[in-house]
Design a protein. Structure first.
Length: 489
C-alpha cells in the first residue's frame, strides 16, 4: 500500500481546459468491422523490436447493428478477432468474425434475431422465449497450446484455429456440461501454468462455479458455491494462494428476464446498501477461506493481487462508486456518451483469513479501465499496472479513453501517455522480452480519428512516455473492442 502517493498530486494536474471534445471515437464504431485475410503490415514509423516475435490476438464487438437495427448495449455486438503475427519477415494481420451459430443465422436472415445482455430479441413476442440469448463470443481470448478460445461470460467458449482463426465450434473444456458457463477472465498462474476461471449461473439466486484447469485448458477440478443473489461478476483476482471475488451489489432480477419482458442489462438494480461481498478461496482446493462484506462498490476488472510478507493481500482494480457505467456502455453504440461515473484505479488491502478490508486508496480518480500487468507477474508482487485513462483536458464524460496510463508502485508515480487529439487506444497487451523478461513491450490498437485508420502501436513498457518504438498500418478500421492476449513464439 502506498501512503500519500505522489500520483495523487500529479493526477490532479489533468487540467480543466477541455480541448479534446471532438468525439472522433464514434467513427470507429459507425460501421461494422470488415474482415480481411492475412495481410503484411507496412511500418509507418520506427522498427519492429528484434526480439518481439509471436502473436497478438484482440477481440471485441465487430458490429453493433444489422438490418438497420442497433444492438442495445456495447456488449451485444458479434465477436471479431484481430490476429497480428510478428515474424522475421515483419508483421501480418488477419481479422475474422467468430462463426457462432447465432452469427450465421443472422447473416443468413440479414437482420438481428436474438436477444442479448442489453436487448430482447427483436420482432414477435415469442421470439423473446425462442431466441433469448446469442453467444456473441466477443469479450476475451485465451491462447492454449492447440487452439484459441473466444470467451463470453454468458456461455461456453468457442475454439478457433490459432493461425487461420477458423471457428471450430463450442468447446466444453472436458467438463462444462448443461448450462455451465465459462467467464471471460481466466487467470493463468505463471509459476505452474494452471488456469483458473469461474462461471455464474442461476435464474433467481446465483451459483458461482469455480474451475481449475491444466495448461491445456482441460478442467480438472470444479466446485459450486451458492451466492446470496444473482449478481453481475465479470472478473476475479489471483493473489498468491488465493482466488478472490468481489460480488458487487448489482442484483439481476430473473423474473422479467424469464418472462421475456426485459434483457439482463435492463433487469438489474444497484443496491449499494447490501455492500460488496468478498469471497476468498484456496486456489488448490477451491474451498472457501473467508467471506465478508465491505461498502458497496462496483467493478468489472481487477489489475492484480499478491500476498505480502505479513500475509495480507494487496489488490488493485478499476472501481466504481456507482453503477452508471452500465448506462454509459449502453450509450456507446449510439455514438453519444452522456453519463459520467465516479470511478478510478483503486488499491485495497485485506486480510484473506477474515476477508476484512484494512485500507483502500484511490490512485487515479478518473474513469479508468482495462487494468493489466505483465502475465509473468500475475498473483505476485508487481511494480507496474497499466490501464486506459485520459489525457490532459479531456472531457471524460463524452470522450472514449485517449491515453495509456501506468501506476508505478515502486516510485508511487503515475505516467500518462497521451496519444494526441482524436486518437483512441484499446486495452494494452504486454509482451515480455524473451531475452530479458523483466522488460517488454506494450501493444495496442489505436484508432486515429484524424484520418479514419487503425494502427498497431508498440511502446517500450519502460518508456511509456516516449514515442512508440513502432507504428504499423492496419488494412481497415478495427472497431473499439475489449481484451487481448500475447502468445510468444
Ligand atoms: Fe472484461
Amino acid at each position: 500500500m502506498v501512503q500519500n502517493p505522489a500520483f495523487l498530486d500529479s493526477e490532479t494536474k489533468l487540467g480543466k481546459e477541455l480541448k479534446n471534445t471532438h468525439k472522433a471515437w464514434k467513427q470507429a464504431i459507425a460501421e461494422p468491422g470488415q474482415e480481411f485475410s492475412s495481410t503484411p503490415l507496412p511500418v509507418l514509423e520506427g522498427t519492429i523490436p528484434e526480439y518481439l516475435r509471436g502473436t497478438l490476438y484482440r477481440i471485441g464487438p465487430g458490429r453493433l447493428s444489422r438490418g438497420g437495427i442497433q444492438v442495445g448495449h456495447w456488449f451485444d455486438g458479434d465477436g471479431a478477432i484481430l490476429r497480428v503475427h510478428f515474424g522475421d519477415d515483419g508483421a501480418t494481420a488477419l481479422y475474422r468474425y467468430v462463426q457462432t451459430k447465432g452469427y450465421q443465422h443472422e447473416v443468413a436472415a440479414g437482420k438481428l434475431l436474438y436477444g442479448n445482455y442489453g436487448m430482447i430479441a427483436p420482432g414477435r413476442f415469442w421470439n423473446h422465449f425462442l431466441r433469448p440469448l446469442k453467444n456473441v463470443a466477443n469479450t476475451a481470448v485465451i491462447a492454449l497450446p492447440d487452439k484459441l478460445l473466444a470467451l463470453w461470460e454468458g456461455g461456453k467458449p468457442h475454439a478457433l484455429d490459432l493461425e487461420t482463426l477458423e471457428t471450430q465450434g463450442i468447446d466444453s473444456l472436458g467438463a462444462l456440461k448443461g448450462g455451465l458457463t465459462y467467464s471471460a477472465h481466466p487467470k493463468r498462474d505463471p509459476q505452474t501454468g494452471e488456469i483458473f476461471n469461474f462461471g455464474v449461473t442461476g435464474k433467481f439466486k446465483g451459483c458461482l462455479n469455480l474451475y481449475k484447469s491444466d495448461s491445456t485448458g482441460k478442467i480438472l477440478v470444479s466446485k459450486a458455491f451458492s451466492l446470496d443473489w444473482l449478481p453481475l461478476v465479470h472478473d476475479f483476482v489471483l493473489a498468491g494462494e488465493y482466488l478472490i471475488f468481489f460480488i458487487p451489489p448489482v442484483k439481476v432480477h430473473g423474473l422479467p428476464v424469464g418472462l421475456g419482458l426485459r434483457s439482463y442489462g435492463n433487469s438489474m438494480t444497484w443496491e449499494p446498501k447490501s455492500g460488496t461481498q468478498i469471497l476468498v478461496f484456496d486456489k488448490q482446493t477451491l474451498s472457501l477461506v473467508s467471506r465478508s462484506e465491505t461498502e458497496g462498490f462496483f467493478l468489472w476488472h481487477f489489475g492484480n493481487g499478491y500476498v505480502d510478507e505479513n500475509g495480507m493481500v494487496m489488490i488493485d482494480f478499476a472501481g466504481y462508486e456507482d453503477f452508471n457505467i452500465n448506462q454509459r456502455l449502453k450509450e456507446l453504440p449510439t455514438g453519444e456518451l452522456k453519463t459520467p461515473t465516479k470511478s478510478g484505479l483503486w488499491q485495497l488491502i485485506l486480510n484473506p483469513k477474515t476477508g476484512k478490508v484494512k485500507a483502500v486508496e484511490k490512485g487515479y480518480n478518473h474513469l479508468a479501465e482495462f487494468p493489466m500487468v505483465s502475465p509473468l507477474e500475475i498473483g505476485q508482487k508487481w511494480r507496474y499496472t497499466y490501464f486506459l485513462g485520459f489525457g490532459k483536458g479531456t472531457n471524460t464524460t463524452e470522450e472514449f479513453f485517449n491515453a495509456i496510463a501506468r501506476i508505478d508502485y515502486k516510485t508511487d508515480s503515475l505516467t500518462i501517455a497521451d496519444l494526441g487529439e482524436n486518437r483512441y487506444p484499446l486495452e494494452p497487451t504486454y509482451a515480455a522480452n524473451p531475452i530479458n523478461p523483466q522488460s517488454g513491450w506494450l501493444l495496442t490498437i489505436v484508432y486515429d480519428g484524424n484520418n479514419h485508420t487503425s494502427e498497431v502501436w508498440i511502446f517500450d513498457s519502460e518508456h511509456l512516455d516516449d514515442e512508440p518504438v513502432c507504428k504499423l498500418e492496419l488494412p481497415s478500421v478495427i472497431p473499439l473492442g475489449f481484451h487481448g492476449i500475447w502468445k510468444g513464439n
